[in-house]
Design a binder for this molecule. Structure first.
Ligand SMILES: Cc1cc2nc3c(=O)[nH]c(=O)nc-3n(C[C@H](O)[C@H](O)[C@H](O)COP(=O)(O)OP(=O)(O)OC[C@H]3O[C@@H](n4cnc5c(N)ncnc54)[C@H](O)[C@@H]3O)c2cc1C
Length: 315
């Protein structure tokens, strides 16, 4: 039903899904209208936008790295208006809107869903602010209470947009995330059972992006504050830190990697080739790619050249 090659809310959202046989797959995702309730700066690069709206009563986040697709209005519009929200026709109708008027579709993570003591349903999404030239970052930076956007999100908690699926035998967790995947990593850490051994490497652009990450897991978190450089140099720096850490002390580790596609690919290669982690136990997702907008990634995906990696890809 949506976006990038790496996004499982994407074109296959209406495909059969073994995760929840009792519910027809088409019912796993649907449109929601989200209204901005408030915003809060939570780090140098992060803006938390809290959404509400009546339709959230039917929203069912599966937690962990639950993603969703947002539709954000063009600059000259306050709210998102889609030509159709019918599951069979929306895509064609949306694509037919002239470029200048078409809401942009972007993948984000449900940082938290909750019901307040007053009975109000809320969803937090943490946006990385990376400049006004990019539509989603610009929209978030200007978001004010009352603005309405549209989303395709989960209507059942067991859905294919929760990618974090460690096998039952997992005895330790390895995590790599950059800032775009830190909301997902934080939501995973939130939910892990007490004592779960975790070795995590989180790469952020600024020291003030080293957010507090509450968890009951036994988490050893290494922060890597980026020092600029080309994509290759960034990836090399991450690998240097990983190499210094030595091999995982676990029989059956599960690795969850997400962030800039080139770095994610490099980290996966390192784990599989240098640290003998079973490639089938590595879940990796390119959340974005240096130099490419999500439209460009989507266009590549349609052309059959998946721009972002997922665990079904080969090295
Ligand atoms: C499953 C999934 C979950 C995600 N969850 C989140 C989330 O919770 N929070 C979040 O902030 N992002 C998240 N992302 C990443 C987000 O979708 C991308 O960063 C997206 O490109 C942002 O859209 P944009 O309109 O700001 O930039 P685009 O128009 O898509 O890109 C414009 C330019 O900016 C560059 N760019 C994109 N993102 C960044 C960045 N973060 N820093 C520097 N340059 C960038 C691109 O390479 C391109 O050159 C997620 C992605 C996926 C696939």
């Amino acid at each position: 039903m949506t976006a990038t090659a790496s996004d499982a809310t994407a074109p296959d959202a209406t495909a059969p899904d073994a995760a929840s046989d009792a519910v027809p797959a088409a019912a796993h995702f649907r449109f929601f209208e989200l209204e901005v309730l408030r915003t809060r700066r939570i780090g140098h690069s992060f803006l938390r936008v809290t959404f509400g709206g009546e339709s959230l009563a039917g929203f069912r986040s599966g937690g962990y790295d639950q993603s969703l697709s947002l539709f954000l209005p063009p600059e000259h519009e306050e709210h998102t208006v889609l030509p159709s929200t019918d599951e069979d026709t929306w895509f064609g109708a949306w694509r037919a809107v002239p470029d200048a008027d078409r809401p942009v579709m972007r993948s984000y993570t449900v940082r938290e869903q909750r019901r307040t003591p007053g009975g109000v349903d809320e969803v937090d999404i943490d946006f990385v602010l990376h400049g006004d030239a990019s539509p989603a970052s610009r929209w978030a930076g200007r978001a004010v209470t009352g603005r309405r956007i549209m989303a395709i999100g989960p209507a059942v908690a067991e859905n294919k947009s929760v990618r974090f699926q460690p096998p039952a035998a997992t005895d330790a967790l390895l995590m790599y995330a950059d800032e775009t995947a830190l909301p997902a990593a934080a939501a995973i850490l939130d939910r892990l059972p007490a004592g779960t051994p975790v070795a995590a490497w989180f790469e952020v652009p600024h020291p003030d992006d080293r957010l507090a990450l509450p968890t009951r897991a036994d988490a050893d978190i290494t922060w890597i504050v980026r020092e600029g450089g080309t994509g290759k140099e960034r990836a090399e720096r991450v690998l240097e830190v990983l190499r210094a850490a030595g091999p995982p002390v676990a029989e059956a580790p599960y690795a969850w990697l997400a962030g800039e596609a080139g770095t994610v690919r490099a980290v996966r290669r390192h784990l599989v080739q240098e640290r003998a982690v079973d490639r089938r136990a590595v879940r990796f997702t390119g959340y974005w790619r240096l130099g490419a907008s999500e439209e460009e990634l989507l266009a590549e995906a349609y052309a059959g050249q998946a721009a972002s990696e997922d665990s079904t890809s080969e090295l």
